[in-house]
Design a protein around this ligand. Structure first.
Ligand code: ATP
Ligand code: MG
Length: 378
């Protein structure tokens, strides 16, 4: 077994950035990791060097905590030894004797230091073979022993826990996700968080036509656990008055017009919140309304950019992510809104839709409904 004194944290795309961006994003990443460790009450110290973050701690929980931070590609609990062949071999042999694998592989990697990775592989391989009697199998080993040799220290580890990858939360601007209480929209918010954007959530309260405030609140709580200490603003805006008016005049276009009303209100909230765009849980063709024609008619002429991070994903892929991130359990397949007409338009004509929008005064209505927003910090 590894007697862990450090956790090696690897990150991906940050390493490709120019020096200034890299340093600033590394700082954000390290601060996010530190926050989550501190929240768990975990004693530690963090250092950074040559494309790695080091968490100095013996607490076994540190790896799992780091592996939930956006920007982290993987994390490994490791044992530090002096960068000398005999020290590395001794420690590796001890770990292998404890595990007693039937076969093993040494995976050496050098960055700086005098010893080559071939030398490390050979010497450590011999030591492990002698002490355990097991054989080398480079393709399907029972145990992999990784060695990272640097100028001032060498690190030995056997486990690599994958993180979410992406960019550190806070390296990009805030995004406003429209959240409906269903499975998709919390995943959309999470995907944008994974690209570095802190989340703000907006729910249109459409009672009595539909009611999913409770599921939204619970998803907000789960997302907040991914937020490395940033509070999430959960915003509610009542929209039923708008739905009633639309349904009374242009019933077949209720969904398209309601959606334009939502985007108009959301564009106001984006301004108020200092966010940079609107995010939805749309997935092309998932339901009859999520067609390219409708998307075009719904979005034409909006002020804020609208992102659909799930647009090309299958339901099964979305559900898999929802399970992994913990939002699946708190949402339900949203009960369909009772304002949806029996025969909704699936091929909305833009000119017609814009004319109806003007006729019903939906722009003005959006401005006044946006004033009715209420915020809960989660
Ligand atoms: P979800 O995507 O959350 O599973 P859904 O599949 O029922 O909901 P639709 O009702 O077609 O999807 O809505 C598509 C997207 O529109 C949602 O992903 C969400 O971003 C947004 N949306 C729908 N209803 C609301 C609402 N009441 N408040 C805020 N956003 C909503
Ligand atoms: Mg959906």
């Amino acid at each position: 077994m590894i007697s862990q004194d450090v956790v090696l944290v690897r990150y991906g795309e940050i390493a490709l950035k120019d020096r200034w961006t890299r340093q600033s994003w590394e700082r954000i990443l390290a601060a996010n990791i530190a926050f989550d460790l501190k929240r768990a009450g975990l004693e530690h110290r963090i250092s950074r060097s040559e494309g790695r973050i080091f968490i100095h701690t013996t607490d076994p929980r540190a790896t799992q905590i780091a592996a939930r931070v956006f920007g982290v590609v993987s994390a490994s609990p490791a044992q530090t030894v002096a960068p000398e062949l005999d020290q590395i071999s001794g420690a590796a042999a001890e770990i292998a004797s404890f595990i007693r694998p039937s076969s093993f592989a040494i995976r050496p990697r050098r960055s700086g230091g005098k010893i080559s990775s071939e030398e490390i592989g050979r010497a450590v391989g011999d030591a492990v073979r002698l002490s355990t009697g097991s054989t080398v199998n480079l393709d399907h080993p029972d145990l992999e022993i990784f060695i990272e040799a640097r100028g001032d220290a060498a690190y030995i580890f056997t486990d690599i826990t994958r993180g979410p990858g992406g960019l550190p939360l806070g390296s990009q601007q805030k995004m406003l996700t429209l959240i409906s209480g269903g499975i998709d929209s919390p995943v959309a918010a999470w995907m944008m968080m994974k690209r570095g954007c802190p989340a703000v959530l907006l729910h249109f309260d459409s009672r009595p036509f539909a009611d999913s405030v409770r599921q939204c609140l619970r998803s907000a709580e789960v997302l907040s656990q991914w937020s490395s200490g940033r509070k999430i603003d959960f915003i509610q805006v009542p929209i039923s008055r708008g739905i009633e008016k639309i349904a009374a005049h242009h019933p077949r276009a209720t969904c398209v017009l309601c959606r334009r009303l939502m985007y108009r209100i959301a564009s106001e909230v984006v301004k108020i919140q200092g966010a940079m765009g609107i995010v939805t849980g749309y997935s092309l063709g998932q339901v009859a309304s999520q067609t390219p024609e409708n998307i075009m008619a719904e979005q034409a002429g909006m002020d804020a950019p609208i992102y659909h991070p799930l647009i090309a994903m299958d339901k099964a892929e979305i559900i898999e992510i929802a399970r992994r991130i913990g939002t699946y359990e708190v949402t339900e397949e949203t009960k369909s809104c009772t304002a949806v007409p029996r025969k909704p338009i699936t091929r909305a004509k833009l000119d017609q839709v814009l004319a109806w929008e003007d006729e019903l005064g939906l722009r003005e209505m959006a401005l006044s409904l946006a004033q009715e927003m209420s915020i809960t910090r989660i």
